[in-house]
Design a protein. Structure first.
Length: 241
């Protein structure tokens, strides 16, 4: 059993506490140990944010709205992870932590390695496999059908609260649910139904462009040639320890 931990949200949630650095580090270490003990994991991977993001070529303003102000202990806690968890952390470069978690989960699936994805981010619900939300304490499984459904739901609705991704104007949660449920009733692929909605709303050329931009921004990677071999080697190294 390996835990794939989306670590930045954990770092942030602890770094905001009004405590000294030593106490913050102790809380973080206890949190990770608690997760490992809970699942009786053989090992774990702490995935943290790096720099650059390939999605900027689809939207130059992608996540540019996010505040650059970080909690006082944020940098120090990240440094602690990189130093003290040297063999167990991976820094995401040119991709998001979500992508790395997704790729790692896919490698585990191919290698028949049991894993749990630890996160609080709805975007990671695209990943097929076992999930655990440390905030709500909820354990759940996402199958392939649920994964496709949730991806298509996000493409239809966009994501105005986080990445400022524009979906189809006028489509909220209720309409998006209806579109996908009708597709299911009529034996139409979810993604085909989503594509058709973009074409209906906009002219063909604009609809195609908007659909593919949204898809490429929202869809998590399951492989990425620039880091696949590195992640396989990293995972194999953990398996041998």
């Amino acid at each position: 059993m390996i835990l794939i931990i989306d670590t930045d949200t954990i770092i942030y949630s602890i770094a905001v506490l009004d405590l000294d650095l030593k106490s913050v580090i102790e809380i973080f270490d206890k949190k990770i140990k608690g997760l490992v003990d809970k699942f009786k994991a053989d090992n774990y991977i702490l995935v943290i944010e790096g720099n650059r993001n390939f999605r900027n070529k689809f939207d130059p303003n992608y996540k540019k709205h996010r505040s650059t102000n970080k909690p006082i202990h944020y940098k120090a806690l990240r440094h602690h992870v990189q130093k003290q968890y040297k063999l167990n952390h991976h820094l995401s470069i040119n991709v998001e932590t979500d992508d790395v978690c997704s790729i790692l989960a896919n490698i585990c699936l191919e290698k028949n390695i049991q894993c749990v994805i630890i996160h609080t981010d709805k975007d990671l619900n695209q990943i097929v496999g076992q999930h655990y939300n440390p905030k709500t304490k909820e354990e759940y499984y996402i199958d392939e059908n649920n994964s496709k459904y949730l991806l298509c739901l996000q493409i239809l609705m966009g994501d105005p609260t986080d990445s400022k991704i524009t979906g189809i104007s006028g489509i909220g949660k209720t309409k998006a649910f209806n579109i996908l449920n009708n597709a299911l009733d009529n034996n139409v692929e979810y993604m085909t139904a989503v594509f058709d909605e973009f074409i209906k709303k906009y002219s063909y050329d604009i609809g195609v462009e908007r659909f593919y931009n949204s898809f490429n921004i929202i869809k998590l990677l399951t492989n990425y040639s620039k880091i696949d071999k590195k992640l396989i080697k990293f995972l194999d190294g953990l398996q041998s320890t």
